[in-house]
Design a protein around this ligand. Structure first.
Ligand SMILES: [Zn+2]
Length: 420
């Protein structure tokens, strides 16, 4: 399949990471090279615009502390100042965030006006769920367009990265936080020490810091190579996380593995000595040791499976030549999949996505048009490639009229398969 992207790409070398994001070690060992790709959330409004910058995308592990991370770092302002992913676009995710708000409210005693600060608050979906439960809420997010959406729903939002400057401003205006949350923004953090200093500054002495991130063990087990894109600087496991937290006077109090987004880690963090670690922490650490996360082997095997999966998906699509093929979902992960496989509009006519912010735009680099889901339901292509495979259940329910009428769905990861 032709790599049409090249025509609209412009190489923009990222600053190669000099040191491990967690331990500062210089021994970063690449394990998967996904080529050069444009930024996964930079959806151009036209096919004929100026060339988009593209950056090398290579995942590496630190030989000293085992932390999995990107080898190449893109300046955050290029990725997060205008953001097109909104938490409220998925009903699965909205329900998940509502459950999180309920649990944090109960555990941190936020109901009577306690302050919760969400770092990377997006469109305020999580904080709105806290506000409904009686907490005071403040968001911090660098995307001005999302802060405006959150503000319109009554969530005050500081337009900034979560750093000591933002933490000091929130502290001065609202006092210390009983809880700080970070859902899926923690993997974005480039300067982890600055981030943890900000948590330290803003969190009440007995407060709780709750973070959620895609879990490295799930990514490896499910061959979810499409979790890797420039925004995700880190691929977290508990080992390296513990090392970072301890350096800043914090400890892991509890941990949960959740099924949302193909496998998520929820970590409850408190100041050292405040809480006794739950038994789940030692169990999770033992599972990481058993999987060999401190060694190169699971990363090498993951990369081999990812390359094999790439060929399997391409072979299946080649077999569908002549059929009409579209895709559903234009999440950032889908952009990694499209670019790693070299897919463009010659293979995928269009992509249906529920987010109005993406509709009418084009995929970065590959320039596939993005349309509302109603278009796909009316057009009924023969096959629909499910790029947002982590929300398969929700999307298959939405596509029921399409599959009932004979439309078939191609799920690419963890193994490529055709449904029904
Ligand atoms: Zn390291």
């Amino acid at each position: 399949m032709a790599q049409t992207c090249e025509l609209t790409w412009e190489s923009a070398p990222a600053a190669a990471a000099a040191a491990c994001a967690v331990c500062g070690g210089a021994g970063l060992e690449p394990f998967l090279d996904l080529g050069e790709t444009p930024l996964a959330n930079a959806f151009p409004a036209s096919r004929t615009g100026p060339p988009q910058p593209c950056y090398p995308l290579r995942a590496a592990r630190c030989v000293d502390c085992g932390h999995a991370q990107l080898l190449d770092r893109v300046p955050p302002e290029a990725m997060f100042s205008h953001y097109l992913y909104v938490s409220s676009a998925s009903s699965t995710l909205t329900a998940h965030l509502d459950g999180l708000a309920g649990e944090v409210t109960a555990r941190a005693g936020l109901g009577g006006g306690g302050l919760v600060v969400d770092a990377g608050s997006n469109d305020g979906t999580l904080l709105a769920a806290f506000a409904r439960r009686g907490a005071r809420t403040v968001g911090v997010d660098p995307a001005a367009n999302l802060a405006a959406i959150a503000g319109a729903r009554g969530i005050p939002t500081e337009v900034s990265c979560f750093d000591t400057g933002a933490a000091a401003r929130v502290l001065a205006a609202h006092g210390p936080a009983r809880a700080i949350t970070a859902t899926n923004s923690f993997p974005h953090v480039q300067d982890l020490d600055e981030y943890m200093r900000a948590v330290d500054l803003l969190l009440a002495p007995d407060g709780v810091f709750v973070l959620e991130a895609h879990y490295l063990l799930d990514m490896l087990e499910q061959t979810a190579f499409d979790t890797i894109y420039h925004e995700h600087v880190s691929y977290w496991a508990l080992g390296p996380m513990k090392r970072l937290l301890e350096r800043h006077g914090f400890a892991i109090a509890d941990v949960e593995r959740l099924p949302v987004h193909h496998g998520q880690l929820r970590v409850w963090v408190a100041r050292r000595g405040v809480a006794r670690p739950a038994a789940a922490v030692e169990r999770a650490e033992a599972a990481e040791r058993a999987a060999g996360l401190g060694t190169a082997r699971p990363f090498r095997e993951f990369a081999e499976r990812a390359r094999r999966l790439r060929w399997n998906i391409l072979a299946l699509l080649e077999g569908l030549r002549g059929a009409r093929v579209a895709a559903y979902g234009a999440p950032a992960k889908g952009m990694t999949l499209l670019s790693f496989l070299g897919l463009g509009p010659e293979t995928i006519a269009y992509i249906a996505d529920r987010s109005p912010l993406k509709q009418g735009r084009f995929t970065p680099g590959s320039a596939i048009p993005i349309v509302p889901p109603a278009h796909l339901l009316a057009d009924r292509p023969d096959y629909t490639l499910l790029l947002a495979w982590n929300f398969a259940e929700e999307i298959l329910a939405e596509l029921r009229p399409y599959t009932d009428a004979g439309g078939r769905v191609v799920v690419p990861v963890p193994e490529v398969r055709i449904l029904p």
